[in-house]
Write a protein that binds this ligand. Structure first.
Ligand code: BGC
Length: 614
């Protein structure tokens, strides 16, 4: 344990010092009392005492710096020292070059050294979106997106995934994760539906075990990173599934559907909470003092700190950029740290003016600092600020990939099976579809880049490679992306189709949720060969397939499995029995959106549906 070994070291040093003083005194050598290190640097003191001591020593500018989070591309190490910056982030896809784990660790250490060069030596926290593994790092293990984990109904598995993600992060130095998203996605047209563990509060609440995995039994243990429950609150409830839109529901419903996962996250000791871009009944969450201060901090008893979303304070008045009033409104609402990627100098200036003019009380600045500093102490950053490179070898390591493969297997949902599945390993198989042989497509958004992209973007096993490995080596598995080449000699044909990668905002769909023309054409070719057709859907949400389904012999919802495509093959060949169950209601047609458990609408497959093998 990091903190206990440090404590032991300190008591040892203290004892040695006392002994030396006694010896010197006995020899008649005069001993002069030197001022010891400041109390806040003493890990034997309580976090509360350390925070008190440190806060007493801080100037206003030092306090403002702790509340400011620039993006790595828009700040230099020298500026971190000069402006007393307390945190830096990598936004989606923002990586050092070359994008290797070692380079990440070097980058982190460089920023950290700059923070430690400030007079009070306050370490910084570095935040990333490791939302399905340490996903911005090439070579990291990419786990299934949350929607698939919700299908697994396995909170212990999700805890293990959190711990594995934390290890991969720790090796690169990154100590803060903007995850988990505990949103309750109510309208599948929303482009962040796959970041949700499911459409009912029970699922995200149950999967807050991931927080225990990320943070460990307590912050500061080995490979422990700070987790973030996001996006507070109601992000998944916006009208029309509009990203950053308005959640127009009464408070009773907000509390019944969207609040419970945050309550669960707070119970599990989550260190930070990120505010949602969305509004609640027309009021931007970034200025909602009632929900942030009264409900989250007071009623739920959240003692960690609240971070804004990326440029989130800009959205308060609906105009681009932020004003002094928006800064004051956000801080007074209870936001403790502001993600202010580029305009961080102006943010500091506005906040300083706000404090000087009395618009933002000093007590609010102190409260924000207490919350932030407490987490830095708890994380053990004052004692161990640099990257723990002993974990570098875990990045994309075999044990983590094995765990991811198991998670993929557990997340597959078998929706239809006319008897073609499981396949026999000596079956002659034809594989088609744009998702069959593409790591980028099967990983989805938030993979290496923000929106994700097709192609061999990071090492892994494609679904086709998984199928090839599962099939008997003497049986050639044929592949034709668009279905060309299939004929009646095959025992089965598998079409891996669905959605191309997307993330927030860009992923909103307003029209239908059907398959595109290329996918439909490929499936048609397979069907025309008169062989049983298995459709494997790689998508971030249910798709509108009701019209085509009668012509398919089997349908598997694979969600966005990540780098370990062998987990899909495990289910297709029966090495793993399908046990996944729908975490969302599957619409009969796109016009039914929003459709959710218990709303009286007639779905194609209800929430909780999932077949297995006999
Ligand atoms: C997203 C957050 C994310 C942040 C930092 C925002 O656009 O809404 O979920 O944590 O960017 O990358």
């Amino acid at each position: 344990m990091r903190s206990s070994s440090v404590k032991a070291m300190w008591s040892g040093l203290l004892a040695l010092g006392v002994l030396a003083a006694l010896v010197l005194a006995a020899l008649g050598v005069p001993v002069r009392a030197e001022p010891g290190p400041a109390p806040y640097l003493d890990p034997q003191l309580s976090v509360e005492d350390r925070v008190d001591d440190l806060l007493d020593r801080m100037s206003l500018d030092e306090k403002l710096g702790q509340m400011t989070q620039p993006e790595r591309r828009y700040i230099t190490p020298e500026e971190i020292t000069r402006y007393r910056i307390g945190s830096v982030l990598s936004s989606g896809g923002s990586a050092p070059a070359p994008n290797t784990p070692e380079r990440w660790a070097d980058m982190y250490d460089g920023f950290q050294r700059a923070a430690l060069a400030q007079p009070l030596r306050i370490p910084l926290m570095y935040g990333v979106d490791a939302v399905h593994g340490h996903n911005t790092v090439v070579g990291a293990t990419i786990f299934p997106h949350n929607i698939g984990l919700g299908a697994s109904r396995d909170p212990a598995l999700v805890r293990e995934i959190g711990a594995a993600t934390a290890r991969e992060m720790a090796g690169t130095g990154v100590d803060w994760n903007f995850a988990p998203c505990v949103c309750v996605a109510r309208d599948d047209r929303w482009g962040r539906t796959y970041e949700s563990f499911g459409e009912v509060p029970e699922l995200p609440s149950m999967m807050t075990t991931i927080i225990e995995g990320l943070q460990g039994d307590e912050l500061g243990g080995p490979a422990s990173v700070l987790a973030t429950a996001k996006h507070y609150v109601g992000d998944g409830g916006t009208a029309g599934g509009d990203d950053r839109g308005d959640t127009r529901i009464p408070e009773r419903e907000l509390r019944a559907i969207h609040l419970p996962p945050f309550r669960a996250a707070v119970k599990r000791g989550v260190g930070s909470v990120m505010i949602s871009y969305s509004s609640w009944n027309g009021l931007k969450m970034h200025q909602n003092r009632y929900l942030i201060t009264d409900v989250l901090k007071r009623e739920l008893g959240f003692t960690g700190f609240v971070v804004s979303d990326y440029n989130g304070i800009d959205e308060i008045d609906g105009e681009s950029g932020f004003t002094r009033d928006e800064v004051a409104a956000a801080i007074n609402a209870g936001i403790d740290m502001v993600m202010v990627p580029t305009e961080w100098r102006r943010f500091i200036e506005y906040l300083r003016d706000g404090v000087k003019d009395g618009d933002v009380p000093v007590s609010r600045i102190d409260d924000a600092n207490r919350r932030i500093l407490a987490k830095k102490f708890e994380l053990g950053l004052f004692e161990h600020p640099m990257a723990d490179r002993t974990y570098l070898g875990t990045v994309g390591g075999a044990a983590h990939r094995e765990l991811a493969r198991r998670a993929v297997g557990e997340s597959q949902v078998l929706l239809k099976n006319d008897g073609v599945l499981p396949l026999d390993d000596d079956d002659k198989i034809f594989v088609a579809g744009g998702g069959a042989d593409d790591i980028g497509v099967q990983s989805g958004g938030w993979t290496i880049t923000w929106q994700g992209e097709p192609g061999p973007i990071t090492p892994g096993t494609t679904i086709l490679e998984g199928i090839r490995a599962a099939a008997d080596s003497s049986t050639a598995v044929a592949y034709g992306r668009d279905g060309t080449g299939v004929d009646g000699s095959y025992d089965a044909a598998i079409a891996v189709v669905g959605e191309e990668p997307y993330a927030e905002y860009h992923g909103d769909r307003t029209g239908d949720l059907g398959l595109d023309a290329d996918d439909l054409k490929a499936i048609e070719r397979l069907r025309a060969a008169d062989v049983p057709v298995v459709v494997v859907l790689v998508s971030g949400r249910p798709m509108d397939v009701a019209a085509e389904l009668p012509g398919w012999d089997a349908l598997v919802a694979a969600w966005l499995p990540g780098t370990e495509g062998a987990g899909v093959a495990d289910v297709l060949f029966g090495a793993t029995a399908p046990t996944g169950r729908l975490p969302v209601t599957w619409m009969r047609d796109g016009g039914q959106q929003p459709i959710n458990r218990g709303d009286g609408k007639e779905p194609l497959f209800p929430f909780g549906y999932g077949l297995t093998y006999d």
